[in-house]
Write a protein that binds this ligand. Sequence first.
Ligand code: SF4
Length: 432
Amino acid sequence: MMNIFLINPPNCGRSIPEERYGISSLKQIFRGEPLALEELAGNLLEHTVRILDLKADPDGLDRELIEFQPDVVGITGVTCEANTMLQLAAMVKESCRATVVIGGIHASNDPAFFNHAAVDYIVVGIGKKVFADLVRALESDTDTSDLPGVIRTRPGRQLERPPLRNTVDDLVMERPPNYDLISRYRSHYILEKLGITLGFVASAYGCPHRCLFCSIQGQTGGSYLTKSIATVIRDIGLLVDSPVIRLVDANTFGDAKRAIALGRALLASGFNKQYLADIRSDTVVRHPEMLREWKEAGLRAVIIGFEELDDASLSAMNKANKACMNAEAISILNDIGITIVGDFIVSPDYDEDDFDRLGTYLTTRRIDLPMITVMTPLPGTPLYRQERHRIINHNLDYYTLTNAVTTTKLDEERFYSRYAALLANSHQNARL
Ligand code: SF4
């Protein structure tokens, strides 16, 4: 039996508009339970596991390291947390002799970033099975070099990357996430606008689509993997005290037949819960009846990546969707009464007319909560390979999706003031 310590990084993204121009409204704050770590912990039943969420307990690291004396430390994080993940790894190495393992979406898309002396292993992909395999190998002191998805760091030398396995076996469905490990933080995970406790459930991994900017491909190597309906129902049932469930999948409805079955199972389950889930606009248009059934089952809001306003821009980002689909989906969802959280991406190439156009679009359509980000070439994505030559800011602390890391067409201060004004106007009448 080993002591396994899993760490979720603190809020650490930086903001160019705040630092240079005093515009603080664009700073990103992440909040939500560290489901990826709870899933890992669910497959480590033979060990003693603790989770530290530094977003909820920012000063807990030293205390926990001294108290727990871990054998293995796992650190997850997204791209804007990557520098902090390395700092945390160095702090762990200074304080104890634990093996340090890095995982998460940035590690999966750009493992070379973590080829560092403070890191022993990098786990790429979903990790639930692979991390447990690695812990087993470490405990028995056996060779780790053939473990798919596990990379031994070699600072100063190129990483050798074993092939990533992408099958439903990696979801280890027979073992649910260990939600108990974060119960002391549960009050931090709320929908701020409503003051309602929010529980996270994963029902699907990856996405069948290939948008250039999207980092989700790294999670599964491009596959779309789904949990069985019974598994999803079981996991939701574990969150007894959470009246609202966020299905955290990048695309909950990527397989329409399964999504219809899941909606019906939710209805039959008798849970008195509400759900938030991601869907594409073309799926809404193709399956309005499915959305009506989901509404009956408790679907309160959908998150849709509308991204841009015209077909040429959508095509340039390989969205494989049309502006008319976006318009029709808005009208269908308004009609059914499902709240729309709409994602839009502002390009650093936006000029005054582009901002005006997006502002008009948002004021003339009923999108209940627009979410507006700046197009960011995240390392490991096709967009990064395309735009690499234009990047002027390589500090990943700024890759929060609210900073321009390439040059802006407008004067930079003007770009951020228009962006901030757009966000403020569109949130004035926000509903969720
Ligand atoms: S549809 Fe959404 S989740 Fe899928 S690749 Fe595009 S942006 Fe990513």
